[in-house]
Design a protein around this ligand. Structure first.
Ligand SMILES: Cc1cc2nc3c(=O)[nH]c(=O)nc-3n(C[C@H](O)[C@H](O)[C@H](O)COP(=O)(O)OP(=O)(O)OC[C@H]3O[C@@H](n4cnc5c(N)ncnc54)[C@H](O)[C@@H]3O)c2cc1C
Length: 474
């Protein structure tokens, strides 16, 4: 039966995907049980588990020359010191510690940061008279928030498989987060919720509470009440975990490749992957696991059908960029956070903005920058946010021109779409069930942050929940 299915697919692919094969010859054709697209957190983790623990053959297609997605360890060429310009810390969730130890990557639970924090309005360049919540206020607010989020933990993590249908969605999850925060008196937790994980949503005041909790779920809240843990890679090089995954997966990973054509049926899939070197590989597989953000533009090569287009067209997303900059005018041990108005913990900038110049604790005044933009903000636009904000701070006299030098880029990365979401009206109308109805449709399964939480290790756990469904019957 399987052999018959495979040959049908080969025949179908020859008919359905001829144009590429005729213009540029396909170099190789391979057959696998599962083809995975996207070797970031969810995809690389899934590749290991599907091949090693479920004994299924895989091909993993990754656009970059390395695995790891939002992990971006940059090594200073002058000193050899690594800096985390993407993911910094890993929530101890699900099988996270086991996955690190599987690859002999040591982790520990606390990291001391000895930097000052100051607040400025990057649109004016002026310091703001911002009073941060006291430790006691913050703890009390997080104790309340953790309890509230725990009520919904099982329906939201590791994924939304059991999320209530439209008429049963808890009212609180549909409230604007500003109203939710005031209703429960948790304002003192909000600056941390925004800064640590929900920043990609922009101004939290008007975001549905559901999406804020998807970014900052109960297990993360427990970290701030002393009942949860965050893990740090002991080598100070987060890329270590994915480099070891890469070594294990070997030739099953197609780096610097993207899918340019696909044929998907309920019996299996054929995809053509094309490398930046122009080489093409035609991969026949019984199942496809998509581990890139499910935006309509990302999925264009997969020839979405009407059902898929109808559902995915309802989503919007935020574009995330990050990098490192250096200027002697940026104080080496001070992080400057972009904050809007004084005294109001619920006031944050609207998309698009620079989150902060975060001190990297380097003697060389290195700062990390993270930018979040609407769908129209491209790489140049996001770099512009950093340069304009810097100029505003200098013009306002907020940054003293001690060194007289401008701002230089050390490193820049485009992290693509984050916080893929539907509007409140669609959420209320049952968007989550619609989205999840795509799981398994046309032999295609999905994993990644859009399906679970906007954090690294919960996407690993979500992959754990998809894999048994994905491999069933193989
Ligand atoms: C800058 C930044 C910092 C973060 N810091 C933290 C943190 O400290 N702790 C934490 O828990 N979470 C953090 N997160 C969030 C967390 O990393 C994400 O939630 C997680 O990476 C999502 O996993 P994913 O697999 O869905 O996407 P990703 O990890 O982004 O993986 C997607 C992968 O698909 C690849 N890809 C994209 N398009 C294609 C294509 N067409 N073909 C082939 N491959 C493609 C990408 O190159 C990437 O490798 C951070 C996110 C960002 C952007």
């Amino acid at each position: 039966m399987l052999a018959k299915t495979a040959s049908l697919l080969v025949a179908a692919s020859v008919v359905a995907i001829p144009s590429l094969a005729t213009t540029t010859p396909t170099i190789q054709t391979i057959s696998k049980d599962v083809v995975i697209v996207g070797g970031g957190a969810a995809g690389a983790y899934a590749a290991v588990r599907v091949r090693e623990d479920y004994g299924k053959s895989i091909a993993l297609i990754e656009r970059e020359s390395h695995l790891g997605g939002a992990v971006d360890t940059w090594t200073d060429p002058k000193t050899g010191v690594p800096y985390e310009l993407g993911v910094e810390a890993f929530l101890d969730y699900g099988n996270a510690t086991k996955f690190f130890s599987r690859f002999n990557v040591s982790v520990h639970v606390s990291e001391q940061e000895s930097v000052n924090t100051q607040y400025a309005d990057f649109s004016t360049g002026h310091w703001v008279n911002y009073t941060v919540p006291t430790a006691a206020e913050r703890l009390a607010a997080f104790q309340k928030y953790a309890k509230l989020a725990e009520q919904y933990e099982d329906m939201m993590l590791p994924g939304l498989w059991d999320f209530p249908t439209a008429d049963k969605i808890p009212e609180d999850l549909l409230l604007n987060f500003g109203d939710f925060a005031r209703k429960y008196g948790i304002e003192a937790a909000v600056p941390t919720i925004w800064d640590v994980a929900a920043v990609g949503l922009g101004n939290l005041e008007t975001q549905p509470t559901f999406y804020v909790m998807q970014s900052f779920p109960a297990p993360l809240a427990r970290v701030y009440t002393g009942k949860g843990r965050t893990l740090y890679v002991a080598s100070h090089r987060n890329q270590d975990i994915y480099d070891r995954v890469s070594d294990l997966l070997g030739d099953d990973v197609f780096y610097s490749n993207v899918v340019v054509r696909a044929l998907r049926t309920s019996n299996g899939v054929s995809v053509i992957a094309k490398g930046t070197d122009g080489r093409q590989t035609e991969i026949h597989a019984k199942r496809l696991l998509i581990a890139i953000p499910p935006t309509v533009s990302n999925l264009a090569p997969f020839n979405l059908d009407k059902k898929e287009l109808n559902i995915l067209s309802k989503t919007t997303y935020t574009r995330a960029y990050a990098g490192g900059v250096v200027s002697s005018n940026l104080p080496s041990n001070t992080t400057i956070i972009n904050s809007a108005l004084s005294g109001n913990w619920l006031n944050f900038p609207d998309l698009s903005f620079l989150q902060w110049y975060k001190a990297l604790n380097s003697p060389a005044h290195y700062h990390k920058v993270m930018m979040f933009g609407n769908e129209t903000v491209d790489s140049d636009g996001s770099r512009g946010l950093v340069e304009q904000s810097y100029q505003q701070l200098v013009n306002a006299g907020t940054l003293l021109k001690e060194g007289g030098e401008g701002l230089e880029w050390l490193h820049f990365a485009d992290h693509g779409a984050v916080n893929v979401r539907a509007c409140l009206k669609d959420l209320k109308a049952g968007f989550i069930q619609e989205l999840y109805s795509l799981q398994g449709h046309l032999s295609t399964w999905y994993t990644g942050a859009a399906w679970s939480a906007q954090l690294h290790t919960p996407t690993w756990a979500f992959s754990d929940s998809v894999i048994p469904r994905l491999v069933e019957g193989l």
